[in-house]
Design a protein around this ligand. Sequence first.
Ligand SMILES: *[C@@H]1O[C@H](CO)[C@@H](O)[C@H](O)[C@H]1NC(C)=O
Ligand SMILES: *[C@@H]1O[C@H](CO)[C@@H](O)[C@H](O)[C@H]1NC(C)=O
Length: 496
Amino acid sequence: MRFSVTLWLLAATISWAAPPSNIDNLQGTQSADRLVFCHFMIGIVGDRTSTADYDDDMLRAKSLGIDAFALNIGVDSYTDAQLNLAYQSAANNDMKVFISFDFNWYSPTSGASAVGSKIAQYANHPAQLMVDGKVFASSFAGDALDVASMKSAAGVPVFWAPNFHPGESDFSKIDGALNWMAWPNNGNNKAPTPGANVTVQAGDEAYISALAGKPYIAPVSPWFSTHFGPEVSYSKNWIFPSDLLWFNRWNEVLTLGSRFLEIITWNDYGESHYIGPLKSLHYDDGNSKWVNDMPHNGWLDMAKPFIAAYHAGAESVDSYITTDQLIYWYRPTLRGLDCDATDTTMVPASNSSGNYFEGRPDGWEDMQDSVFVVSLLTAPGTVTIISGENHQTFDAPAGASSFQVDMQVGIQSFALTRGPNVVLSGSSLKEVSSICICGIYNFNAFVGTLPPGPSDPLQHDGLASLTAGLHVSTCFPSPSLPATPPPPPTALPTTS
Ligand SMILES: *[C@@H]1O[C@H](CO)[C@@H](O)[C@H](O)[C@H]1NC(C)=O
Ligand SMILES: *[C@@H]1O[C@H](CO)[C@@H](O)[C@H](O)[C@H]1NC(C)=O
């Protein structure tokens, strides 16, 4: 089976010649009708058979304040069947969707009429997102597309907001644009280096300058780590610096004030930037080696008040926090742990994409060995973080704050206290391990919360390839988080 999992490769080095900063005047001009999108991979959900299979995703996204899913499509045989189910589920649940064409599969040079007729096919569906009276559509890549021919083939008014790149396309022909680069990078789709260090804000500035007042879709992503070896044909193995990105970027987009933003992604498990549940029905493209037992739902929880603030045009999230919550995340092993003897990427694999590296994922030095905590507080409190033997407390103000402590092997515990009152207290279901889990370098994040959320195990289809290519026989295709956390250390303030 061939999955249309996108190989996020950028064709060429994008030059970010310092544009005049007109970010300051974006606020105001783009604050009306703000919309939040979330990128959804159709290529990994070919096993869905009914609209009901989409309902939980639609309802969950809507409850968070997400306005529309950007349905990423390639050219798989099941694409229309899945688009029909997704559009119908969206309509049933009062959500909106639009198509995001993936130009790793559609041809930028000859695909204009195919793109236009696909837009036309869904244009009248009640769940289709309309913006300014036009059918909204977007893309991943596709700079060479003939926009006039595409629009003519569509035969309906199209709001075309693709992931074209400043300097590589004529921005006078498009109606808006999506910047995909939600992570600090080197300008060539890899982690930054001291000589090539492109911030996400530099990307904002380049796009805003090129768009000259047209709407900007600002990217927001929590993480990036991928580790496909020779067991698949799309081998790739790198990270982008992630750490506290999810918290810092949300604060940034509140002050940036673009008309649109796009969360990257709902369900791209392979690149570890999913915020949707593990149980959201999907096939295993080989990602379960680093995704099993690694829920990200806490990142959804964290986004909720930020989305409310963004919709309201607020520059601070603080007055949108209605309940006390701690969201924490960390990698499951220390970055120095040596997994060379058993890792899946220690041998050559196809590198036609230039994305394959052997051993620790390229850029691994940019991930810190830290436990990250975001406190969302209705009133000031004290946050306790215990990582292994490392015990720290912090004064936390009302509103949203972030903290990080050095990560140690063992139990990870957290508490929120106010004077003598213990408001929240508990240990994580996931311990930091001193062994290589499934034998591999796993730079994905485990995300937990206090109060704890419901359990979220990967389902059968999502585990199907777990053992493919593994060099250990101690790892099984089944969820293995315990039902209850390990006993808390005595230093942890507890409610009982
Ligand atoms: C890139 O720049 C950021 C901030 O400007 C800095 O924190 C980071 O360490 C730099 N990364 C590298 C690899 O030089
Ligand atoms: C794959 O190609 C990239 C880009 O040319 C290169 O930096 C990298 O070292 C290559 N990987 C291997 C394992 O040779």
